[in-house]
Design a protein around this ligand. Structure first.
Ligand SMILES: [Zn+2]
Length: 282
């Protein structure tokens, strides 16, 4: 199992930072941004001042080639040190887990499937380094609490973030916007540069900070029967206490428990799967 990995070593003491692109094969933004920055390092237009910078532009090569999300299963649910991987993504997951184990900071770049999707960062687990790296980004929404809402769920979450946490590493998962938008590649590009600038691994300063919205996830709603969302909600739309969010065909409604945000709404969710998530700003 070969993955193309690019390493730029300053030979000076410092953190080892790993950037991951195209964990999902149909998400080109991170990969393209990484290719551009690898080019700059390779041509010595920029060089790390300290530590080691590593890039894996395409973490799921076969899916990337076919422009599909995955081959056998969701790679971002199988990142762990498998004893006996049984399919393509599990083999990749084992390899990527070994790279995460050997790094200090991991930045995993993704994109999402709706044209209006706003960029946001998943910053899981309490981690001062992660908080500092979030502040260095020009991305408005920081979402926390994903592992907590799944902690009592039987759904296994062997994501890059989970793997990093297992090995005591810092990890941000950055959703850069819609798969097809050229802006998503820009978001990924600046996320990489601002990370390295914030860590003082490149000369200069990160972009001026923006006012960010910190959102704590509260719960996810499983679609129990057939029904529909009350509106064509988009990710990170504001919702109000008392608002009807969704209705089942049997007449029952799901009422919003408090002012906050609806996240990752899936109008086409199958019964017994995640329909949408709710959170509130901190
Ligand atoms: Zn993704």
């Amino acid at each position: 199992m070969m993955l193309n990995k690019y390493t730029f070593d300053s030979k000076i003491d410092g953190p080892k930072v790993l950037f991951l692109g195209a964990i999902h094969g149909n998400e080109p933004a991170g990969a393209q941004a990484i290719f551009k920055i690898v080019e700059k390092f390779a041509s010595h237009a920029i060089s790390p001042l300290k530590g080691i910078v590593e890039f894996i532009p395409v973490c799921n090569p076969l899916a990337f080639e076919k422009n599909v999300r995955q081959i056998d299963e969701n790679l971002n649910r199988v990142i762990k040190d498998w004893d006996a991987p049984t399919n393509y993504e599990q083999q990749l997951g084992k390899k990527i887990a070994s790279y995460i184990k050997n790094s200090d900071i991991i930045i995993d770049l993704h994109s999402s499937h709706c044209p209006q999707d706003k960029p946001f960062i998943f910053s899981d687990y309490p981690d001062k380094t992660a908080d500092k790296l979030c502040l260095a980004q020009t991305i408005q929404y920081i979402v926390k609490g994903w592992p907590e809402i799944y902690s009592s769920s039987p759904i296994a979450d062997f994501s890059t973030g989970n793997c990093a946490h297992y090995y005591n590493k810092t990890c941000l998962t950055i959703e850069c916007g819609w798969h097809q938008s050229p802006q998503s590649e820009q978001v990924a590009y600046y996320a990489i540069m601002n990370t390295l600038l914030s860590l003082q691994m490149l000369e200069g300063f990160p972009a001026q900070s923006i006012e960010q919205t910190l959102i704590m996830m509260d719960c996810f709603i499983i679609k129990q029967f057939s029904g529909k969302l009350a509106q064509s909600y988009r990710h990170l739309d504001k919702v109000s206490k008392g608002e009807i969010l969704a209705s089942y065909d049997n007449g029952k409604s799901i009422i919003c428990p408090q002012d906050g945000f609806i996240m990752l709404p899936n109008a086409d969710a199958a019964i017994n799967t995640e329909w949408f998530y709710l959170g509130h700003s901190l």
